[in-house]
Design a protein around this ligand. Structure first.
Ligand code: FAD
Length: 387
């Protein structure tokens, strides 16, 4: 079997690796020349995503690309500790959440895919895809073409292939939050802890990364912020003003030495069409769940798709089974993501009430309420076959 994967991000690189593991001939086409490397904001993989990476034989490399985070502490705007829980896992999980730069995760997954025999072509943007009687024909900007038995589109939030599958598919909408990440040199931040402050103007995330502190402000704003024409110093000043009442975030911002470009956060209404008989969308293209689980879900998708392709008698049947397998879990994760976003956008009264409730309920119910997410057992791939 031959597959074309569109997009060389987290989902695309993992799909290439998973497809190689079942003996499929894979070529990945990525629009940009080299988006990977030690660039971009930081990201965390939860136990469920790591378990899927492990099933593909990539755990050691992914762990080596980042560092483990054992605890997650949640803070009120006033600096009160309102929860201290295992980070991105059940307390009993021996797999600990791993944080790293997103570019490094992508580079690591691409290296694993290449080592497994996948071909990755960069600087090739898909323009058009069509189904032929026997497969798919992909046409790239500049005129290059390729054919395959199946096309896996991991082409992200603004997916071209999603619109091809369903011209009436929803479009991403501004989520009322924008994110800015940076690096600070503040001392005194505990290692191995992911800190989440429910600040007055949105969430503030930070953790120790070696000698540095990595932070991310998810600012609640009804108006989409300007992304261009605003320099780092001005953006930092703005953030310092927005987080001036939260002692730790304010100190971290004051000791900041570098800033990543602003990311506008989006939501997408549920996408009803994930596949045709030969084409399927995975990861953010199908369901951007947002901060916290998006990369883990893209990795889970990739493995589940390979398992379905390996087990089913035809590509069309595999894509149907993949959809039926993934949809209930993704629907549940999307609901959780919306709850998380709402918690970050709360007004003053709701935020105080939320903090008081969390202080009481986090020790009692957090573990039980999140177990379904982290306990996910990925599909097991059989030994490679060559169809
Ligand atoms: C601020 C922020 C913080 C986040 N933090 C976390 C976190 O801590 N943990 C977590 O799990 N998730 C997190 N996420 C979500 C996570 O980054 C995404 O869910 C994940 O990267 C999705 O992977 P993907 O492969 O589906 O899409 P992407 O990573 O977006 O990759 C899509 C790729 O397709 C390429 N492409 C697009 N169109 C074409 C085309 N026509 N032809 C060829 N190539 C194309 C793009 O260049 C890109 O490389 C965060 C998201 C944001 C915005």
């Amino acid at each position: 079997m031959r597959a074309i994967v569109i997009g060389g991000g987290v989902g695309g690189a993992t799909a290439a690796l998973a497809l190689r593991r079942i003996g499929v001939d894979v070529t990945v086409y990525e629009a940009y020349e080299d988006p990977a490397g030690d660039v971009g904001a930081w990201i965390s993989l939860a136990a469920n995503g790591l378990r899927a990476v492990d099933a593909l034989g990539g755990l050691a490399a992914v762990r080596a690309a980042g560092f483990e985070i054992e605890r997650q502490r949640m803070w009120s705007a006033g600096g009160m500790l309102i929860g201290d829980v295992a980070r991105g896992r059940r307390a009993s999980d021996t797999l600990h959440s791993v944080s790293m730069l997103r570019g490094r995760l992508v580079a690591t997954l691409r290296a694993a895919a290449t080592e497994a025999g996948a071909t990755i072509v960069t600087g090739a943007r898909l323009g058009h895809v069509e189904e032929t009687g026997t497969g798919v024909l992909a046409t790239f900007e500049g005129g290059r073409t390729d054919t395959a038995d199946v096309l896996v589109a991991a082409d992200g939030l603004w997916s071209t292939v999603r619109a091809h599958l369903d011209p009436a598919a929803p479009l991403p909408q501004y989520a009322g939050l924008f994110s800015v990440s940076g690096v600070s040199q503040l001392d005194g931040v505990d290692p191995g802890v992911f800190n989440l402050t429910f600040a007055r103007n949105g969430a503030f995330l930070h953790l120790r990364a070696g000698a540095e502190v990595w932070w991310s402000a998810q600012v609640s704003s009804p108006v989409t912020p300007a992304r261009r024409g605003i320099d780092d110093a001005t953006r930092l000043q703005e953030l310092s003003r927005l987080y001036c009442d939260e002692a730790v975030p304010a100190a971290i911002l004051a000791a900041t030495t570098s800033l990543q470009p602003t990311t506008i956060m989006h939501v997408l209404d549920p996408v009803t069409t994930w596949h045709s008989d030969r084409i399927v969308i995975i990861g953010d293209a199908a369901h951007p769940v947002g901060a916290g689980q998006g990369a883990s879900m893209a990795i889970e998708d990739a493995l589940a798709l390979a398992a379905a392709l390996q087990a089913a008698p035809s590509v069309a049947e595999a894509l149907r089974r993949y959809d039926a397998d993934r949809r209930p879990r993704i629907t549940k994760v999307l609901g959780t993501a919306e709850d998380n976003r709402n918690a970050k956008r709360s007004g003053p009264l709701k935020r105080r009430l939320q903090a008081a409730m969390m202080r009481i309920f986090v020790p009692m119910v957090y573990e039980k309420a999140t177990a379904w997410l982290y306990a996910y057992e990925p599909a097991k791939l059989a030994a490679p076959d060559r169809r």
